[in-house]
Design a protein around this ligand. Structure first.
Ligand code: GCU
Length: 374
């Protein structure tokens, strides 16, 4: 066995269920089911209708050549309609363009609602904590659509009065056992329902992207919604891209007590503590393997030991056989842990270890743009 296989064995990482071309989708859906039951929870099962109303637009944005749209999305639910916003920047083009759908920590700068007060009287829009390279994205011929996670439901344990959670709450198990990651991921898919109805976007290049807790969200959304042909996780770490067993930095114990138990279903709390974690019937490579057949990018940062880049790399290695089972190139990378500054772009799982701390910056975006355009 090589270094990586030894490391996976040493940590006791469970094997993925057997897969072949014939049983592929059925087995992939089993992975999604395992992850629903044990970590992110099940969402509701109804089908919604999704409408969009462009409340502000310009087709001469950025000095010309770019269309911006601030769109109010209305989703029908058995418990009444729900509204949230999506902000689009797209190059004016006769041809369909690649699309990034970013689940973000804020409204984008310049969006109609940025810094303003929403209808319910709550000032929900925080300052732009993350600058987006929006101009570079459109200069590269790609569109960017942004949703704001707290527009869906706050990042807190309130499942009774806050946003969409006021309609669906959460159950201990089964339908609507979802945590907030499940809510945010669900909304990203509803935003795509709307965007998908337009010819502006190249349906073979639709990426879901997010950073940190929203990288976890991006992965969970991509696992459930195969319309996302490209799935990008930036520094998603614990309960995201990183293998949990043997991980350094954040562990289930801390994420489910101190940090944010509300991100997950309650069953996940059972895996707190090393001994309990060792009994989990999955690890995070199950999540990455659910993207097999499509393209996946894991971005790590060398000084982000809380997220644990080595464990993210290990997860990419462990998910690779599912991609290969479909005849795709999986993760093409050396049989050792990565060095700061290394990047691996040959396979359908791509990876980089950016030198530096926990962030999603231009270094990361530059690579995600190349990934989506390729
Ligand atoms: C905390 C948390 C991480 C999370 C991060 C973020 O650091 O422990 O799990 O990814 O916040 O979302 O910024």
């Amino acid at each position: 066995m090589g270094f990586i296989q030894d490391e996976l064995a040493r940590r006791g990482v469970p094997a993925l269920p057997e897969i072949n071309k014939e049983n592929f989708e059925e087995t992939r859906l089993k992975l999604v089911d395992i992850l629903s039951e044990h970590i992110y929870g099940y969402g509701p099962s109804f089908k919604s209708e999704v409408r969009g109303e462009v409340v502000k637009m310009s087709d001469t944005a950025y000095g010309g050549g770019v269309t911006t749209e601030d769109i109010k999305i209305t989703v029908t639910t058995p418990k009444g309609d729900f509204e949230f916003y999506v902000f689009v920047n797209r190059p004016n083009s006769d041809k369909p363009v690649p699309l990034f759908l970013l689940v973000n920590f804020a409204y984008p700068c310049g969006g109609l609602l940025h810094g303003q007060v929403l209808g319910d009287g709550n000032p929900k829009a925080p300052p732009c904590r993350f600058r987006l390279p929006d101009e570079e994205i459109v200069d590269n011929g790609c569109a960017l659509a942004v949703i704001y996670n707290k527009d869906i439901s706050g990042d807190n344990g309130n499942f009774s009065t806050d946003g969409l959670a006021a309609k669906f709450g959460r159950n201990k198990s089964g339908e609507c056992s979802w945590g907030k990651i499940g809510y945010w991921a669900w909304a990203a898919s509803r935003a795509l329902d709307y965007l998908y109805t337009f010819d502006h976007y190249d349906k073979s290049r639709i990426a879901i992207v997010g950073h940190s807790r929203l990288g976890k969200t991006s992965l969970w959304c991509g696992a459930q919604d195969t319309r996302f042909t490209h799935v990008i996780s930036n520094d998603s770490g614990c309960s995201g891209a990183a293998i949990t067993r043997g991980k350094v930095g954040e562990k289930i114990e801390v994420i489910c007590t101190r940090i944010a138990p509300h991100w997950f279903c309650e069953k996940y709390y059972e895996y707190k503590g090393e001994e309990a974690t060792a009994k989990m019937p999955f690890d995070q490579h199950y999540l990455l393997a659910a993207m097999a057949g499509r393209k996946l990018y894991i971005g790590s940062a060398s000084e982000d030991q809380w997220a644990d880049p080595n464990s993210e790399y290990l997860s990419a290695c462990a998910a690779s056989p599912y991609f290969e089972a479909l005849g795709q190139k999986g993760f093409v990378a050396p049989d050792r842990f990565p060095e700061a500054g290394e990047e691996f772009h040959e396979g359908n799982i791509q990876y980089h270890l950016r030198p530096g701390t926990h962030a999603m910056n231009r270094y990361d975006w530059k690579r995600y743009i190349e990934f989506l355009k390729a």
